[in-house]
Design a protein around this ligand. Structure first.
Ligand SMILES: [Zn+2]
Length: 144
């Protein structure tokens, strides 16, 4: 599946968490979203998955073990509550679908079989505890 096709299915079937329509409010197109895992330090989608797990920024050499979760939360807020393996591979800019499968399986998300194939429910990543942990990480990050 190429990224144009993915953008097309996202536009048609989009179901963002909470049902908001951020795209129309901000007047941006799904095609304008840059896929890729965003570096917590330089704030650009420049992180690459490491063979042994975790993410490494090629620009500032920051390592982050859970940067993909931030990206999936962003996906859930902006694009859709549900994500397929193909969409995950595209959005996280992974080398193979099996990398995407492994990441999704590691998060223990609920799976729904639909006519579009297997979809993973990202909603559990939106929990308050998750955001508390993220704020905590941000505070800790300031100390270094
Ligand atoms: Zn960076």
């Amino acid at each position: 599946m190429n990224s144009e096709m993915i953008a097309q299915t996202l536009r048609v079937n989009r179901e963002p968490y909470g049902g908001g329509n951020i795209f129309e409010e901000l007047d941006i197109l799904i095609e304008e979203i840059l896929p890729g895992v965003v570096c917590p330090r330089c704030q650009v989608p420049s992180m690459k998955e490491q063979d042994n797990g975790g993410w490494f920024c090629e620009q500032c050499h920051t390592f982050d073990g859970s940067a993909h979760i931030d990206s999936l939360v962003e996906y859930c807020l902006l694009i859709d509550q549900y994500i397929s393996i193909d969409q995950t591979q595209w959005f996280l800019q992974l080398d193979t679908p099996s990398n995407a499968y492994q990441i999704l399986e590691s998060l223990y998300l609920e799976i729904t079989e639909t006519e579009k194939g297997r979809m993973y429910d990202l909603k559990p990543l939106m929990k308050d505890e998750y955001f508390a942990m993220k704020d905590f990480k941000k505070e800790v990050g300031k100390l270094f």
